[in-house]
Design a protein around this ligand. Structure first.
Ligand code: ATP
Ligand code: MG
Ligand code: MG
Ligand code: MG
Length: 502
């Protein structure tokens, strides 16, 4: 590709709403363009290229693991969500609308219902199972606080896979296979990550694991053990049993019941005896009382109890203690190895769930077993935030000048920079090298613009292609410069050997 022909609108301006490096550089590098500052983005040629590369890695590894790609309608009939019981529960993140005939629709934030609907019409017998079907498609979530660029958009690209099985054991086998497959994907993308125990949230199910890309800017707090690979999202880290007494035990059961009712996120807390479970549920829909503040705006049913809230005084001392220590603290040992835990920050890049029959039962996705008996399919579901990965890669790989793309995510392998476009010998060598690299199958970007050298090198650093050849003044002495964007290498090379070296 020739820089002069590409739409790469790099800019020096930092967007007003951007604080994270990935957000700043993805906009400044001309990868993406904000649409009205509302969590909606256009992908420009470079951004689309990287998205496609990440997409390809995800697809390759899933296909190798035996998954099959499909593409489902983004617009989803609300009736399917009524069948699963999620229409009311999902809250305001779910964008709802009507067509001209007054039929209710939603824009899919996740596709369990849609995929179950596909499979229940096509799979009837145990002989057709197991099955793992996926898509890499747009999702829409009307996030309360879309921010950080691609990290938390409202419209975003997700890989969502759904597996269907005749038994829990077989689903667990697939869950383990997906865990391994995800590890391959994130490793290929050059990411440092941790697999952690997680809360199943609005998706539901019995067990889940998140893939956390380690970064200080991550929105999730995770507890990790340095002596083994144990890790848990703080949302899923449970209270230490030693803190329970007869009173709090009852409360814990109440909390569990809340989870079972489909409340998506609960900050662990102790309820005073006067608050019944029904009151808590009522509080979701009506108004908050002194103790429990329902973040109605959040759309997700997040219940927060703050010990500083008025009314907390009514709690007994034991309950207060429980409320304070319910989360795992740094220095605790949980992990079976006995090592000490510490907090760290992560970006949730993937999430896998053991769903069981959470969707197949209400949606009647049944199969006939070997004895001709009808049974609900046992399911797993597996998500990767494909567009969020672009941000995660940059959060881990940047410096104060710009992006440093990893090998498999880079928009190009090599950039050839012709310093002075008015110098014919420089131009000629640039063209020759460019053609030679193309012939070798190297994905190369030739900076053949009429701009000054300083501007070109700044753009190179901002865009973050892994390797560069700079053809400059020293060409008169038969020398060009070869460098890597990670700063590990910068050397003068003879013109005669540069093609071979590359
Ligand atoms: P989060 O906790 O960050 O809101 P989530 O738990 O709601 O994410 P899941 O329902 O597990 O998300 O969806 C699967 C994956 O989709 C997530 O692991 C994440 O990588 C990605 N994802 C979720 N929400 C967004 C978003 N608003 N923008 C970009 N990617 C997202
Ligand atoms: Mg979310
Ligand atoms: Mg989450
Ligand atoms: Mg999640």
């Amino acid at each position: 590709m020739r820089f002069s022909r590409l739409l790469i609108p790099t800019t020096k301006e930092t967007p007003n709403d951007a604080t994270l490096a990935s957000h700043i550089y993805l906009i400044r590098g001309g990868f993406i363009q904000s649409v009205g500052g509302s969590g909606l983005y256009n992908f420009l040629p470079l951004g689309k290229k990287i998205l496609d590369k990440v997409h390809a890695v995800v697809k390759e590894e899933l296909d190798k693991a035996g998954c099959q790609e499909v593409s489902l309608s983004f617009v989803t009939p609300a009736a399917l969500w009524e069948e699963s019981g999620r229409l009311e529960k999902y809250g305001k993140e779910l964008l709802r609308f009507k067509d001209r005939k007054e039929n209710d629709f939603i824009l899919g934030p996740t596709h369990e219902e849609m995929m179950v609907n596909l499979v229940r019409q096509t799979v009837k017998s145990y002989k057709q199972l197991p099955l793992n079907v996926y898509q890499i498609n747009l999702k829409f979530r009307d996030e309360i606080r879309p921010r950080f660029g691609l990290m938390r958009g409202r419209e975003f690209l997700m890989k969502d896979a759904y597996s269907f099985h005749t038994s829990t054991e077989d689903m667990q086998r697939e869950f383990a296979l997906m865990e391994e497959t995800y590890k391959k994907i994130f490793t290929r993308l050059g990411l440092e990550f941790r697999v952690v125990d997680a809360d199943s949230g609005a998706i539901g199910g019995s067990g889940s694991k998140e893939f956390m890309v380690l970064a200080d800017s991550g929105e999730d707090t995770i507890v990790v053990c340095d002596s083994c690979d144990y890790g848990a999202n703080i949302e899923a880290a449970v209270a230490r049993p030693k803190a329970y007494d007869a009173t709090t035990e009852i409360k814990v059961i109440a909390m569990k019941a809340l989870y079972d009712e489909g409340v998506s996120k609960v900050v662990h807390f102790a309820l005073p005896a006067s608050v019944e479970l029904q009151d808590v549920k009522a509080c979701n829909a009506v108004n908050a009382n002194d103790l429990v503040e329902y973040e109605e705006e959040a759309g997700i049913e997040t219940l927060v109890v703050d010990s500083a809230l008025e009314g907390m005084d009514d709690l007994s001392a034991t309950e207060k203690t429980y409320a304070d220590i319910s989360a795992v603290q740094e220095g605790d040992t949980c992990a079976s190895c006995g090592g000490s835990l510490r907090y760290t920050k992560g970006i949730e890049a993937g999430h896998i769930f053991q769903l069981g029959t959470r969707y197949s039962e209400p949606l009647a996705a049944n199969f006939l077993d070997e004895n001709g008996k009808s049974q609900p399919m046992v399911m797993g579901t597996y998500g990767i935030g494909v567009s969020r990965l672009l941000a995660a890669i940059i959060e881990q790989n940047h410096d104060d000048k710009g992006c440093i793309w990893t090998k498999e995510s880079a928009p190009f392998d090599l950039q050839i920079i012709v310093s002075n476009i008015k110098d014919d010998t420089q131009v000629t060598l640039g063209e020759q090298l460019y053609e030679a690299m193309l012939a070798k199958g190297v994905d190369v970007l030739l900076d053949d613009r009429k701009d000054r050298f300083g501007a070109k090198i700044k753009d190179y650093e901002l865009i973050g292609v892994p390797h560069a050849v700079v053809i400059g003044k020293k060409l008169a002495e038969g020398i060009v410069e070869f460098m890597t964007r990670d700063g590990m290498l910068k050397e003068e090379v003879s013109v005669d050997t540069i093609a071979e070296l590359l």
